[in-house]
Design a protein. Structure first.
Length: 318
């Protein structure tokens, strides 16, 4: 190891080594003694840990990677959480959540260390462009991680949530996510991912706003609204409307729990509604849970408002 000591290597690898690397510093009998004496442990074939106590989450990730092979990378939600993604089991320990790995096609599946729930995906498009050049443990870049996570989520709404959260939390740009999508021709849910990225680029980043588009507007044939359009209130402050049909003077706001639980937020919403009313708009407010549980009702009330608008220049679908 170019003159480096074992202690230095252990620090860099957080105490988790492949046996081939460990044997660069000791003989097979010395390594065997470290394990049988209980000073070190062997969580999986080809993997040793230079301690006797429980492994940390990062050590478990390193052990899973070493066991999978040299070209394996942490991927999907596992890699995205390491980069700071919040809201997707990030409060739970690694032992309680799946560890997502990405390996090249042709890799032989191996038994993971201990009782870890390792989910291995295979890809023909796993190159140096995808793996981060410096992050450790080895993992895919954040844009690839988010796209893979969206493709692997159990539900379409989960896919939408991952993409929205990644952009909203400032982890990735839509353009970078699109570049990854363009390279992955056989990507699961590719059509949905492309559509959602377009919606996010158009201004819809909150999951409630994306739900509104994918559950209400498009399935029920409503005209496409403007989204997150900025306007000035009477004090000159910039405010954004979740969705609006400006020709009809109809505004729609999708309210999460904070809009009912926070009195200051509730007053801010009421003040915005007053400003819109004075400007000739009719504001329709729907709780986010209603958009998810009864999108047909939401669509019906919006269609009714559009149809009644004397200023409507839109062709309202029936």
């Amino acid at each position: 190891m170019h003159g480096r000591s074992l202690d230095e290597v252990l620090i860099d690898h957080e105490g988790v080594l492949g046996t081939s690397l460990a044997l660069q510093f000791m003989t097979e009998s010395q390594l065997r003694w470290q394990i049988t004496s209980g000073r070190w442990q062997k969580p999986a074939r080809g993997v040793v840990v230079a301690q006797s106590g429980p492994l940390t989450d990062r050590q478990l990730l390193r052990a899973a990677l070493l066991r999978a092979g040299p070209q394996a990378s942490l991927a999907g939600l596992t890699a995205a959480r390491l980069e700071g993604l919040k809201g997707f089991d990030d409060k739970r320990s690694i032992r309680e959540t799946p560890i997502y790995l990405l390996v090249p096609v042709g890799y032989r599946r191996r038994t993971p260390p201990g009782d870890l729930n390792v989910v291995t995906h295979y890809s023909r498009a796993l190159t140096d462009v995808d793996a981060h050049p410096t992050r450790q443990p080895r993992r895919t870049r954040i844009a690839r991680s988010l796209i893979d996570a969206a493709a692997w989520m159990p539900t379409e709404r989960g896919s939408i949530a991952v993409l929205a959260s990644g952009v909203q939390q400032g982890l990735a740009r839509v353009d970078d996510l699109r570049l990854v999508t363009d390279r992955l021709a056989t990507l699961r849910r590719r059509k949905l991912i492309i559509e959602v990225l377009g919606d996010i680029a158009g201004g819809s980043q909150a999951i409630s706003e994306l739900d509104f588009l994918h559950l209400v507007v498009r399935p029920f044939g409503l005209p496409e609204p403007s989204r997150q359009s900025a306007r000035r209130d009477r004090r000159g402050h910039r405010r954004w409307i979740d969705a609006a049909w400006d020709d009809c003077k109809i505004a729609v706001e999708i309210d999460g729990a904070q809009h009912t639980e926070d009195p200051l937020q509730r007053w801010d919403d009421m003040e915005r509604d007053i400003d819109l009313t004075l400007d000739g708009y009719q504001t329709l407010r729907f709780p986010a849970w209603l958009v998810r549980s009864n999108p047909g009702y939401v669509a019906r009330r919006i269609r009714e408002a559009l149809s009644r608008s004397a200023a409507s220049g839109l062709r309202v679908a029936t």
